[in-house]
Write a protein that binds this ligand. Structure first.
Ligand SMILES: Cc1cc2nc3c(=O)[nH]c(=O)nc-3n(C[C@H](O)[C@H](O)[C@H](O)COP(=O)(O)OP(=O)(O)OC[C@H]3O[C@@H](n4cnc5c(N)ncnc54)[C@H](O)[C@@H]3O)c2cc1C
Length: 349
């Protein structure tokens, strides 16, 4: 008989994990309360670079190709388009930043990601700066709202998903039993709301609010994602997503005038004048101070796991991390040491 897994949460973490478990022959059930405030609100951008340090993103060479292959596979599986390659144009904020890009782009390790600076990059006039710009290669974005909505429908149709709020009264962790049913594996993928639930409440999960705008503008590039102080993602037909704010330790879900003003101010530095704001959204990222995910088995309850803390780069990391968590659950393969919740073992004492 197939082993059974129960997943709490059908956001990015829960859906990627469900696919990985199903393809390993595990019977999966997912419980989700039905409204998502992170995976569905995200811009879904996958940027190989961390501009602040002009470094590649953590484990980039592992995550990026696997994510690209995974999203293309999911497009075939769900018969819909999620994956959109895009060039990111970064506007430099100083001579130092341009020089640091220049020298990075000459390193072999950065060749797949940083285009060599051309005269037209340096003279690019879209942004109000005099330092020039550079292009990032191999970036893409996932249509995040579509990812969540299509997965709710996909798992619903297959009888995998149940739309319900988690209830602590129905949960017996020592028996891996929920609502009277025993599972071989139970995985908590509740995003920022994990804090409300007892089993993994000892983990230092933070709630980092983010707001974005959907705008219309005639001045912005329809083919490149611009980046300086904020990002602008072209959606076609003159519409763009602009983001995002970082509001630490803020679990509220309402949009604010201050958030909107800040994004519009940042946008002005990219040369977009008088954009029409079509919509403003807010969500909450599940983040961790050490910027590493939270994965692994509960220190006391065998067979009870967590997959969380995807932070700002969830769409790049989740496909690989979900595979690694499944290999840990099914084959006892060690997790990457920086992701394992064992690093917080002292908080359980
Ligand atoms: C404004 C914003 C912009 C972002 N932009 C990007 C970006 O460009 N690129 C990128 O990679 N990442 C981005 N992110 C981050 C990304 O969204 C997250 O890393 C990722 O989506 C987190 O996924 P998750 O599945 O852990 O959490 P969630 O998406 O929050 O999923 C958790 C799920 O659990 C369910 N749940 C929670 N509690 C309960 C309960 N008690 N009972 C039942 N169900 C429950 C919820 O309904 C939800 O569906 C952004 C986030 C925000 C807020």
């Amino acid at each position: 008989m197939a082993k059974k897994a129960l997943i709490f949460g059908a956001g990015l973490a829960g859906t990627c994990l469900a696919h990985r478990l199903l393809s390993n022959g595990i019977e999966v059930k997912i419980l989700d309360q039905g409204s998502n405030y992170s995976s569905a609100v995200a811009a879904g951008m996958v940027n190989p670079m961390v501009f602040r340090r002009m470094n590649k993103s953590w484990r980039l060479d592992e995550f990026l190709p696997e994510a690209q292959a995974f999203y293309l596979e999911m497009e075939r599986e769900l018969r819909t388009q999620f994956y959109h390659p895009i060039v990111i144009r970064r506007f430099f904020s100083s001579d130092e930043e341009r020089e640091s890009w220049q020298s990075r782009s000459e390193e072999e390790a950065y060749e797949p990601y940083l285009a060599k600076l051309t005269a037209s990059d340096l003279a690019h006039t879209a942004a109000l700066n005099t330092f020039g710009s550079g292009r990032v290669k191999n970036a893409f974005w996932v249509d995040a709202a579509k990812w969540v909505a299509q997965h709710m429908a996909y798992f619903n149709e297959r009888g995998v998903l149940e739309q319900k709020e988690f209830s602590a009264q129905l949960w017996e962790p020592q028996l891996r039993k929920y609502d009277g049913e025993t599972y071989d594996f139970v995985v908590f993928c509740m995003g920022y709301r994990q804090k409300e639930e007892q089993t993994f409440s000892y983990l230092p999960l933070q709630q980092t609010k983010g707001q974005t705008l959907l705008i219309e503008s005639a001045q912005l590039s329809e083919t490149e994602s611009l980046n300086r102080k904020c990002f602008v993602l072209p959606y076609g037909n003159g519409r763009f997503r602009v983001g995002a704010t970082y509001e630490f330790n803020n679990p509220t879900l309402h949009v604010t005038e201050a958030g909107k003003e800040m994004l519009l101010q940042n946008l002005a530095s990219l040369g977009a004048y008088e954009p029409v704001v079509v919509e403003q959204s807010a969500g909450i990222r599940p983040t961790v101070l050490d910027r590493r995910p939270l994965m692994g088995q509960h220190p006391i309850h065998q067979g009870v796991y967590v997959f969380n803390g995807l932070g700002t780069k969830g769409y790049m990391m989740a496909p690989t991390l979900a595979r690694e968590l499944v290999a840990y659950m099914l084959e006892n393969k060690p997790l990457h040491s920086e992701t394992n919740i064992s690093r917080f073992a002292d908080r359980t004492r």
